[in-house]
Design a protein around this ligand. Structure first.
Ligand code: ADP
Ligand code: MG
Length: 650
């Protein structure tokens, strides 16, 4: 019968600073399947070291270890984890149960790391085997020491290991519990289970069929009292390294993450705050600026898209050349694509009513043609008008009629009282014949506007025909760019500009205006996003800090999980999941905060917040990114922990 465990000339030396401890010196030992072997010897003789090597928790410095017929020296981490998971059941002196976790869930834990799914029925079977079927739901802190150790035995059994290894399993127990635990162990062995047990309890050793005595890292005696009750096969296939993650493992990782977060509520809340504020800032800015953009763009009608504006060019160094009526004639004659060209005066003037006055924009129009009126058009991008717009006849007659916007009405009258009232512009009396809805931009800042006929403005209000703008309406929006080129050429010719001289006027399509608007918004956003980014960076550092604390606090738990078969990757992902869950909580609350802030802003500046799916996806994506980015280093530290050192961590 080949041995299940065959150790040949194994040595292990610990070096701590100046000290050198030869924990194992050239030890050879073979154990057959079905044996119950007691490793005894004084404290410090190397028993635990030998057991850890046999249990794949540690590697020897020299010598060979054949397990189930296979050499194991060159197995990679993933294979070792698979062997710990499937072939070895380890029991520790101090139980190492998961805190505040039920007996059943503790027993289920090794199944999580097989990747084959968990079976509550199997866990219950194992609890029954150690006499604890009635304690399934009890948490580790609700069980006695002996019961805890029996849960740990059930946990060691749950994956049907080839061998159970126990390191002083009765060391922390009273006499009664010791008996219970030993009964459980000898019972298992009687059923054929191979057991290796480290002890310095003579009673325990007496129960073993074979006693191996160590002293100073060497085997000094090896005594078989009786052969195994049932000898098993000494060879088995070693399981392959596990790839990927099973659903039950992912569920476990989520459960552990939430538990860790929930059991430190205050700390988690403070950590989440940084992410919450950062994401909240970004979301509020995104929704406000997107809403602003949407409002502005929804305000541009087809007519706006057809409009080209000629205006005075400022800032060229030379004194600016005003736009004149002569330019209007040039445009009318020289731009065939123009449906019409109109002069515009646009000034900020004093406007008063009986008791109140204000400063606001006074803008001119040439009035509706009978055809416009018949088609129900108005020159304000079809905003609703209470009353009517003035006609081209009134323009020719220099009539003193005005259309005011709601903001102007609000400044000068009580709401609804504006229509048919009298206002004075530069001390010229006008009758209000229409009150128009605010354009979006005007509404945001409450900007007052009055529209009056061009001829009335030129002849009666200002006494001059100096223009501020010429407004050209192209036949279609598609004609606007070409019409703009025609206007430029006509004006350059009329102004007799040399080929290399720059334009002495400005010609803009609304598209160009929108582009400028978007550019400004983009620059503004960049500034604001960098500030929000800094806040997220600070939040991320908070996450990293708390994750490092969490890893340190749970060092022993990490060691335990590894001893039960968790791979480095399993530990890495577990802590990444925790960091990401923290960030997603922050991100989710941040979306709420940001949207709340954006609605608060709505009441101040009347921009309807636009919360798109893109914004939400961005916030969650970004939170995940921060979680992974800042959680990676702490998670990596956890993953790289040595199982035995982690288990020993105080
Ligand atoms: P036992 O279990 O028989 O009491 P151990 O196998 O735990 O003995 O330890 C054997 C020797 O190795 C002891 O002298 C101990 O101090 C030393 N030793 C064990 N683990 C370490 C370690 N991680 N670092 C340094 N020395 C160690
Ligand atoms: Mg020991």
């Amino acid at each position: 019968m080949p041995p299940l465990i065959d150790i040949r000339g194994v040595s292990k030396t610990y070096e701590t600073g100046a000290f050198r401890v030869e924990a194992l010196k050239n030890v050879s030992l073979s154990i057959t399947a079905g044996e119950l072997v007691a490793l005894v010897g004084p404290s410090g003789s190397g028993k635990s070291t030998l057991l850890h090597i046999m249990g794949f928790l540690d590697r020897p410095d020299a010598g060979e270890y054949y397990f189930a017929g296979h050499p194991t020296a060159r197995l990679p981490e993933g294979r070792l984890a698979a062997i710990r998971s499937r072939l070895v059941g380890f029991i520790f002196q101090s139980f190492h149960l998961l805190k505040r976790t039920s007996a059943r869930d503790n027993v289920l834990l090794p199944m999580v790391y097989t990747g084959l799914g968990t079976s509550a029925g199997k866990a219950l079977d194992c609890l029954r085997l150690v006499g604890l079927s009635d304690r399934e739901k009890h948490k580790s802190n609700e069980l006695s020491g002996g019961q805890c150790q029996r849960v740990a035995i059930a946990r060691a059994l749950v994956n049907d290991p080839l061998v159970i290894m126990a390191d002083e399993p009765t060391g922390n127990l009273d006499a009664v519990s010791r008996k219970e635990v030993m009964q459980a162990i000898t019972g298992l062995n009687a059923a054929g289970q191979t057991v290796i047990i480290v002890t310095h309890d003579d009673e325990v050793a007496a129960a073993a069929g074979r006693v191996v005595r160590l002293k100073d890292g060497e085997i000094v005696s090896d005594e078989t009292r009786r052969p195994p009750a049932r000898a098993g096969a000494g060879t088995a296939e070693l399981p392959p390294a596990r790839l990927g993650f099973s659903p039950s493992e992912f569920a476990e990782q989520l459960r552990v993450a939430f538990k860790a977060i929930w059991s430190h509520k205050m700390r988690s809340a403070l950590t989440v705050l940084g992410i919450l504020i950062g994401v909240g800032a970004i979301i509020s800015l995104m929704t406000i600026s997107e809403g602003f953009m949407k409002d502005m763009l929804s305000n541009t009608s087809e007519e706006d898209a057809r409009t080209i504006v000629v205006s005075t060019r400022y800032g060229s160094g030379k004194s600016p050349r005003p736009v004149t009526m002569a330019d209007l004639e040039t445009v009318k004659a020289g731009v065939p694509l123009a449906e019409k060209a109109t002069p515009v005066i646009n000034r900020v003037l004093k406007v008063s009513a009986a008791e109140r006055n204000t400063r606001g924009s006074v803008t001119t129009e040439e009035g509706l043609t009978p055809a416009d009126a018949a088609a129900g058009r108005n020159p304000l991008g079809n905003l609703k008008i209470n009353g009517r717009f003035f006609t081209d006849g009134e323009n020719l007659a220099r009539a003193r009629v005005a259309v005011i916007n709601e903001s102007m009405e609000k400044k000068l009258f009580s709401a609804g009282d504006g229509l048919n009232s009298e206002i004075r512009i530069n001390d010229v009396a006008f009758t209000v014949i229409g009150v128009a809805e605010n354009k979006k931009g005007e509404g945001m800042v409450g900007w007052p506007v009055a529209y009056i006929p061009f001829n009335t403005a030129a002849k009666r209000v200002l006494g001059s025909a100096k223009l501020d703008q010429i407004s050209i309406l192209a036949a279609t929006p598609g004609d606007a760019p070409e019409a703009r080129v025609q206007a430029i050429n006509a004006l350059r010719a009329a102004h007799r500009l040399r080929e290399d001289a720059p334009d002495d006027f400005d010609v803009r399509t609304s598209e160009a205006g929108i582009k400028i608007f978007k550019d400004v918004m983009a620059k503004l956003s960049l500034v604001v996003y960098s500030i929000a980014g800094i806040s997220l960076l600070v939040g991320g550092i908070g996450i990293m800090n708390i994750m490092l604390v969490s890893v340190t606090e749970r060092t022993r738990e990490i060691g335990l999980r590894k001893a039960l078969g968790a791979r480095n990757a399993d530990i890495l992902i577990q802590f990444l999941v925790e960091a990401v869950v923290l960030c997603l909580i922050g991100g989710g609350l941040g979306i709420g905060l940001g949207f709340g802030l954006a609605w608060g802003a709505y009441f101040l500046i009347k921009v309807t917040p636009a919360l798109g799916a893109g914004t939400i996806a961005f916030a969650f994506g970004f939170s995940t990114f921060i979680g992974v980015g800042f959680g990676f280093w702490p998670a990596m530290r956890a993953a790289m922990l040595d199982p035995i050192e982690a288990l020993r961590y105080e």
